[in-house]
Design a protein around this ligand. Sequence first.
Ligand code: PLP
Length: 388
Amino acid sequence: MPSTARSSTTFKAVIPFNRQLSIPDNLELVTKAIKSGRSAGDGPYTAKCEELLSSLLNVPRVLMTTSCTHALEMAGLLLDLRPGDEVIVPSFTFVSTANAFALRGVKVVFCDVRKDTLNLDETHLSELITPATKAVVPVHYAGVGCEMDAINELAAQHGVTMIEDNAHGLFGRYQGKNLGTFGALATQSFHETKNFSCGEGGALLINDESLVERAEIIREKGTNRSRFFRGQVDKYTWVDIGSSYVMSDILAALLYGQLLERDRVQARRRAIWERYYRELRDWAGANDVRLPYIPEHCEQAYHMFYLVMPDLPTRTRFIEHMLSNGVAAVFHYLPLHLSEYGRRWGAKVGDCPVTEDLSDRLVRLPLFYNLAEEERDKIVAAAHDFDF
Ligand SMILES: *Cc1c(COP(=O)(O)O)cnc(C)c1O
């Protein structure tokens, strides 16, 4: 990993790949949440986050969770997945997209991604569905929508439940419809590295209303405490399996303040993304570098700006070059089907050729709210300065 001090004599500040979103006014909300003495989960700020997300996205019920990983685990519990079942995930994703389901003892099946968007390849998906397939988990990579019409149709045709891992895609749209509203369930992440962040946090978006009551129970340690708080039962008790997936109200306060500033945050990210695109387009064209592709029918969430380099050695040199110019540019996911744990389901080299190829060539540039104007200048200049 890049370090800010390479040695004591040649100290050089490096523009980090990410700085967590920080809005000073939010501290007031956090202080209020702490002082209220009501800092456990499901307090007033948790409710505010849930109501805001629910109305902005048009999702019937949103539950704040401790992480996106936990929201995905809740999805696995809600669908009653068990050994013998199969769940299809892209190979090019974060480990939690697969692990949350591996925890239930299912067979994880890895699908390749499209060359243009690096999103789940619907043609490969259609070959992977079997009678044992219970769920498919599209990931909207970089906040650009997957081909939801095709994936939806395949899932419906085969009676497969769709769960969107929307960790990158909050406020993105496909054909004018919000990402996170296509699956029976969808998950969000508010980890430090995401557009909006309370350190560690997530949400489960529930579009299939028949799953709401049990989701509340699973999130509350298997109890019907949520109904108790609403006065629907006079005492609460253990009614099902579950765990501790409720976000603290202190973190919800931090997140709520950020969500209120969503337009400002997204506009800033968009400006940075568009500047990179504008100022690197000719350079990329001349040097066999590919920039992100955003289909006409997708409004992206401005989560990430990546470059696809001509080959692995060039990418390695590019990362070194950027670092020596004070910029932390980083690669991304390694193919899950070839990972030590992923191989247990029998995958081998060549199963997901696009993932294998692009994973070696992709590199990401810093993109965060507090990226200063001079830092942006420096990043673009350093890229232009690279000797191919
Ligand atoms: C960040 C991320 C996760 C995990 O989110 P946590 O909130 O850290 O659990 C899952 N899937 C994808 C695609 C992610 O980018």
